[in-house]
Ligand binder design. Sequence first.
Ligand code: ATP
Length: 275
Amino acid sequence: FAIHSKDMAEQQLVSFDDIGGQEMAKGELCEALDFIKDVDRIKTLGIRPLKGILLNGPPGTGKTLLAKAAAHFTGSAFLAASGSEFIEMYVGVGARRVRQLFNQARTLAKRSNKQSAVIFIDEIEVLGGKRGQNAGHMEYDQTLNELLVQMDGISDKDDIRILVIGATNRIDILDPALLRPGRFDRHVKVDLPDKKGRIKILELHTRNKPLAQDVSLEDVANDTFGFSGAHLESVVNEAAILAFRENAAALTAEHLRSAVEKVIMGEKLDRIPSK
Ligand code: ATP
């Protein structure tokens, strides 16, 4: 069962400043994370520990980045997994993987001298869909039950505090048991970026690239309504490839325009006006 070791190594590199736009999401997330940071006062006031935060929004909008930044912000170890990794044909395997994930998070935190760990589970709807709806598929139910058991087991007396961050684009199909107080009771909406957000994301991704005089990132942002952060990253990368092919010294406005078209064609994004 491969935990994304790449993610563990990289998490130190992601801070909230590396995430463009998403001001609301960052604000709400930070507010929730204060509970993890100020654990002594939380205990004194008898507030029950925050165990789960759900990031809800379309693909490529920075949910994984936000989870990594949350780990960095709270000085926590970081472990990532995807809902689909837990689903196996054999009953019991998924549940065992959930247990392993929690144990690994504790071990990782101890080994790196951290007092807390963030477990990120992408596509959580795959394992946290409504129980009993996967006809005849006991495995889903057992896996979800084990996740609930593990989350219920998190206590403020633990030497390593665990925070589970789940990501989904389908909050509507999640089992209500997951959303109950004491589980994923904080929800943070992560939307497609608005124009200001798109400019910020483009600035971040062009940081280390030479731009020609004629480039206006605001123009690119105007042309990319409906794009996610991941699409914008692609645009910049495609533009750099075009510049490379033409032996150009810098990315020009024309490279960026062609790259926008290419990403629209590639993704067949019908919600994006193809002007
Ligand atoms: P998925 O739901 O498909 O897993 P996600 O919401 O977790 O997607 P990320 O994996 O965080 O999205 O983003 C993918 C890539 O897109 C990032 O590595 C980054 O390059 C770029 N990206 C997305 N959103 C942003 C953002 N707000 N700021 C900067 N880069 C972004």
